[in-house]
Design a protein around this ligand. Structure first.
Ligand SMILES: [Zn+2]
Length: 422
């Protein structure tokens, strides 16, 4: 079998480094909300095309990636269960011990208590008090029946409270404050963009997992049963300091994708996401070099790799015979071309990553080398690599960059604005 060496590493826009690495405009780090807003006010005031929001939005977070057969629910204080459509109180009690929630013959059931066929809302008198499986949530929890006798729990809570958990869930508390402020702004922008795209009649705006952005609620129990904090005084202060601040492009929201470690340069968003706005350009970033996954390598036997390539091909509805060569498709980051005895098929780096992820393939940016009976994957970064690089934000903040400057570095052409609520 003839294997060709391929290079999937792409970092094409090095010229961006010149203007953006100018440190003369660095400002000292500040900790007060007022100072942050003074800095923000130096920028032009923007009015969103989609309109300002006068009241803090409520965000709807899907707690499962898809409807489930059942989940555990408990409430650690007084609560009501209401019909979501009519608001009618269906039940109220002082406490709810852990029970299974599922769809039975009588619609949604909590253990042996039935609530009919419509969606219901669980409202605690003093949140956070509602547990869904291993996580305690602020706000309310809506439960909607779905096809196939399944249920979907959705946490509905004020956006800024949600963000306090996202900041701690997405970025370690040990990261510098300005990096965490940039994270808060990006997460707020991402959430509001997703909400602007979701239908009002739909059940949710985004998911609690990395499918959207990580959200661990108020508290959660880990695999060993330890109770851990989903948010902290630190994350609440970070969110408060940036309250309402969002990123905009052409005076409107854009989808502010972000990732853990870009590994040398961020990825052009158009190569990965159909809705990538112009600020999602590739920019150089070696500021994440202290991350463990800045560079990585994994070894997979040829035989096993060929099976995994076949699996990726099948997912696209293609058939891969005996693999002969692999070649990079150079105009798209991470895409490659596999040739067998009959012809060739193309797989994106992301598609390859999906099937090799449990082998430790951390990003779609890698090279492949033949080494004995193995294939050696050598790669850079962790995640899709589009938009703000979290470890890069850490590096820049350590150099004294402000959250605003970090934000505009990773989203060239984007501006900060105030969403309009107080
Ligand atoms: Zn980076």
């Amino acid at each position: 079998m003839a294997w060709s060496v391929v290079s999937l590493l792409g970092c094409l826009v090095l010229i961006w480094a010149i203007p953006w690495l100018d440190l003369r405009r660095s400002r000292p780090q500040t900790n007060s909300r007022d100072s942050f807003r003074e800095n923000l006010s130096e920028r032009p005031t923007l009015r969103l095309r989609s309109g300002l929001v006068s009241v803090e939005p409520q965000i709807r977070v899907g707690l499962k990636e898809s409807p489930v057969a059942a989940f555990n629910l408990s409430v650690s204080g007084p609560f009501q269960v209401c019909d979501l459509t009519t608001g009618r109180v269906l039940w109220q009690a002082k406490l709810l011990h852990s029970c299974r929630v599922f769809v039975g013959d009588g619609g949604i059931e909590f253990g042996d208590r039935r609530f009919g066929t419509g969606a219901v809302e669980v409202i605690a008198t003093t949140p956070p008090a509602i547990w869904v499986d291993q996580t305690l949530y602020r706000g309310v929890v809506r439960i909607s029946p779905a096809a196939g006798r399944r249920v979907l729990p959705v946490n509905v809570l004020p956006l800024e409270q949600y963000l306090a958990s996202v900041v701690d869930s997405e970025m370690p508390a040990s990261f510098p404050e300005e990096a965490r402020r940039a994270q808060a702004i990006v997460a707020r922008t991402y959430a509001l963009y997703q909400q602007s795209r979701s239908s009002a009649g739909g059940a949710l705006d985004l998911y609690a997992s990395t499918r959207s952005q990580k959200y661990r609620g108020f508290q959660y129990r880990d695999d060993k049963g330890r109770l851990l904090a989903g948010e902290s005084a630190s994350s609440r202060a970070t969110v408060e300091a940036t309250r309402g601040v969002i990123g905009t492009y052409c005076e409107d929201l854009f989808c502010a994708y972000y990732g853990a470690v870009c590994g040398g340069c961020t990825v052009d968003g158009q190569a990965v996401f159909a809705d990538a706005a112009p600020p999602l350009q590739s920019v150089p970033c070696d500021h994440c070099r202290e991350a463990r996954l800045y560079r990585w390598q994994i070894r997979v036997s040829r035989k096993e790799a060929e099976e995994l390539f076949r699996k990726a091909a099948r997912r696209k509805g293609k058939t891969l015979g005996t693999l002969r060569t692999i070649q990079l498709v150079r105009d798209k980051v991470g895409d490659c071309r596999l040739r067998d005895e009959r012809g060739e098929i193309e797989l994106t780096g992301a598609e390859i990553r999906q099937v090799f992820s449990n082998k430790g393939l951390s990003s779609p940016r890698f090279t492949i080398r033949e080494q004995g009976t193995d294939l050696l994957f050598e790669g850079q970064g962790h995640g899709h690599g589009v938009g703000l690089c979290q470890w890069g934000a850490r590096g820049l903040a350590q150099k004294g960059w402000s959250a605003q400057r970090i934000f505009t570095y990773y989203y060239p052409g984007a501006k900060l604005a105030d969403a309009g609520y107080r």
